[in-house]
Structure formats: structure tokens, C-alpha cells
Write a protein that binds this ligand. Structure first.
Ligand code: GLY
Length: 559
């Protein structure tokens, strides 16, 4: 008996301290929202590619296997931290076409129409193909065609749909509104035209041809070649605004990442036109001189303090943020320690501040919760975080006939009518008004945390305005609450964005905590599944830990 007790006790000691375990690997790791795309990324690494190569291959693969957000018809951001310490941020966000103008989505009475959300006029000039090509040309190692062909093959041969993707395709109303989208994504010809079910093969022959041309001719096909010409002729025929000149003028912008420190860790994150990096750094700085973490993760006290930091950041967000090439974003003022100290000083430890008492600002109801994020690290220690998007789920709902890819509705991320809510309830300021050639403000926040100058955490997520608070919470869960990365990602999340004055809580937050928070004056609303984080942690013993969010059917894999 004694020996059994002894063995049991040792076994308990050896068991992991946390209930959820990440996927562990020694050399390299890929975490994406969809299993086939993860496999494509791992294959690129095993073929001798670096993390940038894998990121390019995954970007194309997700355009096939995760059609609600993976894309070639949208845009995004890639943050890279190279093993030798260099860092870069590739901005391939969509641009407003030359024909775009401030009031283009207002009707005769000055009210916003639905045209920024659905249909041909909703799209900004797509940046993804150019962005992935720029990344590859500057930083990749493998042949370009090797990175695009796996995606083309998935489109041509089809892939079995996961439960989640099949359900999502079935329920997307914007797909149903476009005949070409309905035909491709909601009509299974093998099954008398019924919806696709989990396990059914989704084949996309038109998209396969586009990807084969991109594999052969590079981004030139998309921006001035056959694909460009076909896209523009469909645009013209359907009242869209994008022209051949718009496509020819599209450029990736390489920006300097935003950097800051938190409790001795270095945070590398997204600069404008993302509003997210400023948010992460400002909110962490508000926490830094406090003992908010002492009461523990998920406690009313820590949630209250973090929610108050969120409230204050979001009050600044729309007033001061937009495309830095068109509007001078006061980054250093918003992150100035004196300014942050003053913001922190207004937090009452026991009571919620009414959002009406927090100035400045104007904004932000709710944005689309689609978009997708993936995190990659290679055997050399290069770390890549990519967040890219069509904006809403399946973007504008429009699939270009003959080309098989969906177009974004990113024009809705501009303030369609400065001061008035858009389709998602977002109200924006002049900083984010529509101007030809401008990029809309984003919440996408791919981020990399360093410890002692070495990569420690790669993190990002889709989720509209909730991206910023979710990345913030995962960083705090790892750095302050010492969770392993899977627990940090799975932990119940919460979100406050100043206006509306509501504290959103996932169901996993306990009834006692809810009661305490509402007694402090928070107006509580329960929401399911805030965001879908994909993160990688570099553990102290040299292992890589990959965490795909338990809220979705993504995949972490490595070797
Ligand atoms: N369209 C989502 C974002 O850029 O934040």
C-alpha cells in the first residue's frame, strides 16, 4: 500500500500544474485557425523554409480552407522578429480606391447606407497578395511557387470541411445574397445542391486557377495581369469602384513596429494604422504601477482594474487614431508615462467609472468579430505573427465570378460618417474619415513579447475591437498570472470598450465575480466566445508551446 501511495504522490507532483496543455515541440511551431493550413505551414518549414516562408504559405492556404477570413481579396499585417534581433512590420492593409470620397456611403439625407458592408462598393483595394509577395521577396528562402502551390492544390482537389466551417458556410447570409458565393460555398453539387456538411469536400476550381497563375507569375497577376483585368471588368459591370490604376498603385508599407516595456519584458506590437499596439502598451502601462494581480486571475478585483484600463484606452482610440500617412497619430503623447499616470490616477479601486465621465473620445460600438491570426516560429528562432482579414465574415459577400475569391468589406472600417455609428455600431472621428488612397483604422494587433532579449510569446487574434483587449489579457495571464500559454488562451475573457458602457463577460467567469463586479457599478452583459487567439510560448526548458484557442477548431503543430 505504502509504495502505491508513494507512486501516486510522485505522479501528482509530476502532473502538469495546469489543466490544459499546449502542443509542445522542440524546434518549430505553427498555430493557425485551420488544420490544413497549419500542415501547409509545417511542411514549408520542414522543406527548409523559414518562418516568413511558412507565413506566406499559410496565408495562401487559409484563403482556401478558412474562407470567412483567410483571403487573397483582403489585407492585413505581418510582424516579424528575426532571430538576430531585427524587427519589421509589413502593412498590407487595404487602401481606399481613387474614386473613394468622404461621403460615398451616405444617402441623399446624409444617412449611412449598407454599401460599405455588403456588395461590390464595400471593398478597399486588396493588399494580401502584394503583402505576402513583399514578405517573401525580402525575407523568404524557398521558391515562391512552392509556397503558393499547396494552396492551389487544396483548392483544386478540395479538402474536408470541419464541423465549424461547414456550419459557418451554411449560416452566412451575405454568401446567400451573392449568386456566385451561393453557388461556390452553399451549394454542394455532389449532394443535389444541398449545403455542405462536415466532412464534405469543398473544391474551388476557379480559385485554384487564380492561385496557379499567382504561383507562376507572382503578385503581378493579381495587380496587373489576367486576374487584375478580370476583377476590374467585374467591378465595372457591378458598380464597384476599384480600377486597374488602383491595383497597379497598391503598395505594401514596411513600418517600424511599436515597442514598449512591461515588468522587464519587451513588447513588440502593431503601429498605426492599427490602434492595437498603442492600446496594449497603454493598458499594460496603466497596470504596471499597481498590485492589481495580487487578488488573482478571474477575481473581481483584477477584472475591475483591467476593465477600467480598457475603458480609458478606448476613450482615446477613435479620437486620435487613423492612417499615419494621412493623420498624425500622437503615439508618444498617448504612451507618455505622465499621461498614463494621470489616466491611472482616475481609476477608483472600488467603483466603476461611468464612461460619460471619461474623455476624450466619441466612439466604438462593435466591429465585426471575424478576421484570423496565425503565429509561427522556425528552428532558427525567427518569430512571425500575422493577422489578416476580409473584415466581416466572408467580407462583402461578393465572390468575383470566374475568379472564385471573396472580396473584403474593409471600407466599413473607415468612419463612414464621422460621428455616426456604422453598420457595426462603430462611431469614428475625422482621423479615420474616408480619403482616396488612405488605409482604414484597424484593431489587428499581432504582437511578440521578449524576455531577456529573446522571444517569449507570440500572440494575436481576430475579433474586431475585442482583439486589443484579448491580446492584452493573454499577455497578462502569462506575465502576471503565470499561466501556461494554453491556459492563458483558454481562460474566460472579458471586454470593455468605453462605449457602450458595458462590461462583456464570457460565461466562464464565476457568478460570485459577476455579482461583485455589478455591485461595483459595472453594467454586465454575457457574451460567448470573445476572440480566437493563436499563441506560441517559449518555455523555460527550451520547448515551444503552441496554443490554438479551445473556442475554435484550429491546430497547433510543430516538430
Ligand atoms: N477589420 C478588422 C480590423 O482591421 O480590425
Amino acid at each position: 500500500m505504502h509504495i502505491f501511495r508513494f507512486v501516486a504522490a510522485v505522479a501528482v507532483l509530476l502532473l502538469p500544474l495546469y489543466p490544459a496543455q499546449p502542443v509542445r515541440a522542440k524546434s518549430a511551431m505553427v498555430v493557425t485557425r485551420e488544420a490544413h493550413a497549419t500542415d501547409v505551414g509545417v511542411a514549408a518549414l520542414k522543406a527548409g523554409g523559414n518562418a516568413v516562408d511558412a507565413a506566406v504559405a499559410v496565408g495562401f492556404a487559409l484563403a482556401v480552407t478558412h474562407p470567412s477570413a483567410g483571403n487573397i481579396g483582403g489585407g492585413g499585417f505581418m510582424l516579424v522578429r528575426f532571430a538576430d534581433g531585427r524587427k519589421t512590420f509589413l502593412d498590407f492593409r487595404e487602401m481606399a480606391p481613387a474614386k473613394a470620397s468622404r461621403d460615398m456611403y451616405l444617402d441623399a439625407s446624409g444617412n449611412p447606407t449598407k454599401d460599405s458592408v455588403i456588395g461590390w462598393r464595400a471593398s478597399g483595394v486588396p493588399g494580401t497578395v502584394r503583402g505576402l509577395e513583399t514578405a517573401h521577396k525580402k525575407y523568404g528562402k524557398l521558391a515562391w511557387s512552392k509556397l503558393v502551390t499547396p494552396a492551389a492544390d487544396l483548392a483544386k482537389n478540395g479538402f474536408p470541411l470541419s464541423y465549424g466551417t461547414a456550419l459557418s458556410l451554411k449560416s452566412a447570409r451575405n454568401l446567400a445574397a451573392s449568386p456566385e458565393s451561393k453557388r461556390i460555398f452553399q451549394t454542394n453539387a455532389q449532394k443535389n445542391g444541398d449545403f455542405f456538411e462536415p466532412g464534405d469536400l469543398l473544391k474551388q476550381p476557379e480559385l485554384a486557377k487564380v492561385l496557379e497563375r499567382i504561383a507562376k507569375h507572382g503578385a503581378e497577376d493579381f495587380y496587373s495581369g489576367e486576374t487584375a483585368k478580370k476583377l476590374v471588368s467585374q467591378m465595372a459591370a457591378n458598380g464597384g469602384t476599384i480600377t486597374l490604376e488602383d491595383l497597379a498603385h497598391y503598395k505594401t508599407v514596411e513600418r517600424t513596429p511599436l515597442e514598449g516595456k512591461y515588468r522587464g519584458f519587451d513588447i513588440i506590437t502593431a503601429p498605426p494604422p492599427s490602434s492595437g499596439g498603442i492600446g496594449i502598451l497603454q493598458m499594460l502601462a496603466m497596470l504596471e504601477k499597481t498590485d492589481f494581480a495580487a487578488s488573482g486571475a478571474g477575481s473581481a478585483k483584477s477584472i475591475h482594474f483591467m476593465a477600467e484600463a480598457m475603458r480609458r484606452y478606448y476613450a482615446d482610440r477613435a479620437e486620435f487614431m487613423g492612417d499615419p500617412d494621412f493623420y498624425k497619430v500622437p503615439v508618444s503623447k498617448l504612451l507618455n508615462p505622465k499621461y498614463v499616470d494621470a489616466r491611472r490616477a482616475t481609476i477608483d479601486a472600488d467603483h466603476a467609472t461611468s464612461s460619460d465621465e471619461v474623455r476624450p473620445g466619441d466612439i466604438n460600438g462593435k466591429e465585426s468579430t471575424e478576421t484570423t491570426h496565425y503565429s509561427i516560429v522556425d528552428a532558427e528562432g525567427n518569430a512571425v505573427a500575422v493577422t489578416y482579414t476580409l473584415n466581416g465574415g466572408y467580407g462583402s459577400g461578393v465572390t468575383v465570378p470566374g475568379l472564385g475569391f471573396l472580396l473584403n468589406n474593409e471600407m466599413d472600417d473607415f468612419s463612414v460618417k464621422p460621428g455616426a455609428p456604422n453598420m457595426y455600431g462603430a462611431i469614428g472621428g475625422e482621423a479615420n474619415s474616408i480619403v482616396a488612397g488612405k488605409r482604414p483604422l484597424s484593431s489587428m494587433t499581432p504582437s511578440i513579447v521578449l524576455k531577456d532579449g529573446k522571444p517569449f510569446l507570440i500572440v494575436g487574434t481576430p475579433g474586431g475591437t475585442r482583439i486589443i483587449t484579448s491580446v492584452f489579457e493573454v499577455i497578462v495571464n502569462v506575465l502576471d498570472f503565470h499561466m501556461n500559454v494554453q491556459d492563458a488562451v483558454n481562460a474566460p475573457r472579458f471586454h470593455h470598450q468605453w462605449k457602450p458602457d458595458k462590461l462583456l463577460l464570457e460565461p466562464g467567469i464565476s457568478p460570485d465575480t459577476r455579482l461583485l463586479l455589478s455591485q461595483q457599478g459595472h453594467s454586465i452583459e454575457t457574451v460567448n466566445a470573445i476572440c480566437e487567439v493563436a499563441a506560441i510560448q517559449f518555455e523555460a526548458d527550451g520547448w515551444l508551446a503552441g496554443a490554438s484557442d479551445s473556442r475554435v477548431d484550429g491546430k497547433a503543430a510543430g516538430y
